[in-house]
Ligand binder design. Structure first.
Ligand code: G1P
Ligand code: ZN
Length: 543
């Protein structure tokens, strides 16, 4: 086999974040761009000679081109084998599981998650380590450092692999095993959930809609929901992955999954509605007439997890990202188990999961998951909900209301200001950070501030510290205002404002969310002047 050494020049202008390198497709199409990144990843790793690498993506535009390059570069760099999903497809949680199950050295996940696809959309590449989770900062920093000095990459002079055919292929001297993308994952789900009970529920007339948003969960949901669990054909909507997600935006929120939301609020709504994003790690849960916020969903799933066989012996602990509402904290308190508040980003859950300190994790941004993989997992959340519904024989609405009556309700909303001028956003956060000490002990619109800080996380497992993870202002009545800059936007800055108000178990649980939070929205504007300083009269997205 011939290995070509191609000379190249440094290329990255910005450190890849938690979600890896994410850019416009046109940037990834630049000469040597993919090659440089993949080679920078391999140059930052040690000990992979002869080992297995997993590669798969969400099927978006350019997935097919990038994957062939990655295979040839892996071959030239001495990997022993590559496991790749048929058609180059693997969902993010699916890839995490394949890495773990096959004891691979690591994996490359090709996706830009919920960002739009197509020639004018986004693309991304992320490296995951042997535990199946996103690479820790130490590695992403090494990748970036390497990318600034890279001067060559190695690539096998071999033909493209036919990824449509399951079975053993070769690329140069390396084995390429094309696997069914769904098999391993479906098998894992069957060990966690009571498929028989869910089957009986579907057989007795339970109806659901799962919106795959023309993205990766289509084949997974069709196989599991329709073929294995016997949900009627048509349960999965938009189930065929398309390179541009059918021209849509594969983000399962109330804006982009509006059709599903409208259906679920209509008179002939099915019993259950759900959706997942581009790469299958996020979830949206809507009952008949009842939208469940991701923060509430995390709390309900944690409280009811033992109804599923995979969690029958109970859960060790719960972790949530800092901006996620404290609803789950109430559950942990009642169960007497550990509760952890971590910075935004799934990677912060990895150590806690590996150490067995927590079983269930979640983020307000529609990410929920458990120790079964090291990524958040959209379909997992949907299946756990189905298991709970089948066991409790109640509607989503009843379950949520009973939850509030037991633990109290955390009214919660997130206001996003997208594509804001970066300098304006940075100075806004900076100024607010400097003023935090003056708020403590003050009354703001009748609420006393008990703490105000820029969140610092001390990882209890590896002792590392992550500072400046977002501004938190906490009030004596359990309310909170959180403000942080997004780390995943591709244009300008995105400011996220999170608002939360706690209403005890015997309190009022039927208020309209935005109205319930209006006093906190007003306080936030009065101290941070987001609208005044960004020139926006309203948030771009309200969740
Ligand atoms: C967003 C979400 C965060 C999630 C990340 C990757 O990051 O807020 O919870 O982990 O996407 O899916 P952000 O843009 O806020 O930095
Ligand atoms: Zn995603």
């Amino acid at each position: 086999m011939t290995i070509k050494t191609i000379s190249t020049t440094p290329f990255m202008d910005q450190k890849p974040g938690t979600s890896g390198l994410r850019k416009r497709v046109s940037v990834f199409m630049r000469r040597n761009y993919v090659e440089n990144f993949v080679q920078s990843v391999f140059d930052s790793l040690e000990g992979y000679q002869g080992k297995t690498l997993v590669i798969g993506g969400d099927g978006r535009y350019f997935n097919d081109v990038a994957i062939q390059k990655a295979i040839k570069i892996a071959s030239a760099n001495g990997f022993g084998a590559v496991l790749v999903g048929q058609g180059g497809l693997l969902s993010t949680p699916g890839a995490s599981h394949v890495i773990r199950r096959h004891h691979a050295f690591g994996g490359l996940v090709l996706s830009a998650s919920h960002n739009p696809g197509g020639p004018d959309g986004d693309f991304g590449i992320k490296y995951n380590v042997g535990n199946g989770g996103p690479a820790p900062e130490k590695i992403t920093e090494a990748i970036f450092a390497r990318s600034t000095v890279i001067d060559r990459y190695l690539i096998a002079d071999a033909p493209d692999v036919d990824l449509s055919r399951i079975g053993t292929h070769h690329s140069g001297g390396m084995v390429v095993e094309v696997i069914d993308p769904v098999d391993d994952y479906a098998e894992l789900m069957e060990t966690l959930f009571d498929f028989e009970k869910i089957r009986v529920m579907f057989a007795s007339g339970f109806r659901m809609r799962f919106d795959a948003m023309h993205a990766i969960t289509g084949p997974y949901a069709t196989r599991i929901l329709e073929e294995k669990l016997g949900a009627p054909k048509g349960t999965v909507m938009n189930g065929t992955p398309s390179p541009d997600f059918g021209g849509g935006h594969p983000d399962p929120n109330l804006v982009y999954a509006k059709d599903l939301y409208d259906l679920m609020m209509s008179a002939d709504a099915p019993d259950f509605g759900a959706a997942s994003d581009g790469d299958g790690d996020r979830n949206l849960i809507i009952g008949k007439g009842r939208f469940v916020t991701p923060s509430d969903s995390l709390a309900v799933l944690a409280a009811n997890a033992p109804l599923a066989p995979g969690y029958a012996t109970g859960i060790a602990g719960i972790a949530r990202s800092m901006p996620t509402s404290a609803a789950a904290d109430r559950v942990a308190e009642k169960l007497g188990i550990e509760m952890h508040e971590t910075p935004t980003g799934w990677k912060f859950f990895g150590n806690l999961l590996d150490a067995g300190r927590v079983t269930i994790c979640g983020e307000e941004s529609a990410g929920t998951g458990s120790n079964h993989v090291r990524e958040k997992d959209g379909l997992w959340a949907v299946l756990l909900w189905l298991n709970i519904l089948a066991s409790r024989q109640q509607s989503v609405d009843q379950i949520v209301r009973e939850h509030w009556a037991t633990y109290g309700r955390n009214y919660y909303t997130r206001h996003d200001y997208d594509e804001v001028d970066s300098a304006a956003a940075n100075s806004l956060v900076e100024d607010l950070r400097n003023r935090l000490p003056e708020f403590v002990g003050q009354e703001l619109a009748g609420r006393r501030v008990t703490y105000a800080d820029d969140f610092t996380y001390h990882d209890p497992i590896d002792g590392s510290t992550s500072a400046r993870q977002g501004i938190r202002i906490g009030f004596a009545d359990g309310s909170r205002i959180v403000l942080r800059l997004s780390g995943t936007g591709t244009v300008g800055a995105t400011l996220r404002l999170y608002l939360e108000r706690y209403e005890p178990a015997h309190g009022r649980h039927d208020l309209e969310t935005q109205a319930a939070l209006q006093p906190l929205i007003d306080i936030a504007e009065s101290i941070a002047a987001i609208q005044a300083r960004t020139g926006r009269s309203a948030p771009s997205v309200i969740t």
